[in-house]
Design a protein around this ligand. Sequence first.
Ligand code: PMP
Ligand code: GLU
Length: 428
Amino acid sequence: MGGIWLKACSTKPSVARPDINSLLKFRQIANIMRLSPAVQTLKPSATLAAAAKAKALKTQGVNVYDFTLGEPDFNTPEHIQQAAIAAMKAGHTHYTPSGGLPELKKAICKAYVRDYGIEYKPEQVVVSNGAKHAIHNVLTALCGPGDEVIIPSPYWVSYSALVELTGATPVIVPTTEASGFVLQPEQFAAAITPKTRLLMLNNPCNPTGSTYPVEILSAIGQIAIERDILVMSDEIYEKLIYGDAQFRCFATLDPRLVERTIIVSGVSKAYAMTGWRIGWTLAPVALSKAIDNLQSQETSNPCSISQYAAIAGLEGPQEGIETMRLEFAKRREYVLQRLRDLPQVTFAEPGGAFYAFFNVAAYFNRPLPGGKTVKDASEFCTALLEEAHVALVTGDAFEAPGYVRLSFATSMENLKAGFDRIQKFLLG
Ligand code: PMP
Ligand code: GLU
């Protein structure tokens, strides 16, 4: 079949007498290869695509200042690496239970008692291949055609795509820079319809860094209780909090919320373990069982070695988190100062995560010092990459036109040089 496909593809349309048989075969194969409606409309992850574009330029020898990807630039701590090596040597290289090792589930439960004073049972935990997979599991287990899922915008690229994959409809509720990109309780209440299944909250938020004040979280929680709406609280950036901001685990706000909340988190950000692919859900037992069933059919267990490494992360010394957080805090201060120095650039200060999200719309539709005129954030990012070799992610990817996202999970040296270039690109 591959041969016919290649032959058909190489048929040139300009040939005077087209090879009808090849064309027919091409059409036949194209028909066999037709994609499912859900996948046909699926776009690639814009964050990963932006990072790939920057990398491609780097491989051509260009010195690119890459602020695209949201992942710690720190190495996974040594004791976690050693635990993985020990696990391999001990022969833990086989399947584990599909929803994760009992020891890891216990370690996760213990960490929630230690950090937030909330008790979960191991049967409420499912360990997945990263938090992204955990979110996919939640949505697949709960949603289908006819359901609505409320997503405050700006939101992380994969949220709407993962909702759409289930056939459900994302209901986007825009938040504003003036409100710190925090969903207001009345906005949540107004978006609820009889079809609403779930609110997807992200606290602290990617891409805005907004961190929800506890009064607002509580008010959102009360509405969820009164109106019987489930809340998926994605808390992957829970440990990366700055300044006066405070993090509150959503399920701890009211005992009645425990039955209505699905917590999503993982080791990717807190322990600098993005490549190990360990995330989890904490949910009511029946839903956790359904998620485990789903995972047992789709992927089986997440990597056994990574699971042992995650146990070492959760149970070992926690000081590494603070060292990393303090370093991110310094970079955040620097980034905010540089942004304040850029005329007409506006932003809300991020309370958490490692992103600065700022509005550059004042620079659209007028010639930039390099001579180019851009009309939106996507064109802005392309021009910035091509001219100044600085890579950001367009706010269009997060449903926030006019904005761009900069990840400060990179060295101070890179940030300094990158901002010098951004400044020159904007002001000459
Ligand atoms: N949620 C949010 C808000 C994220 O930014 C990310 C990206 N890391 C994830 C989930 C997925 O995390 P993981 O790498 O563990 O899949
Ligand atoms: N969450 C990170 C980001 O937003 C990693 C990339 C991704 O998974 O989308 O950059």
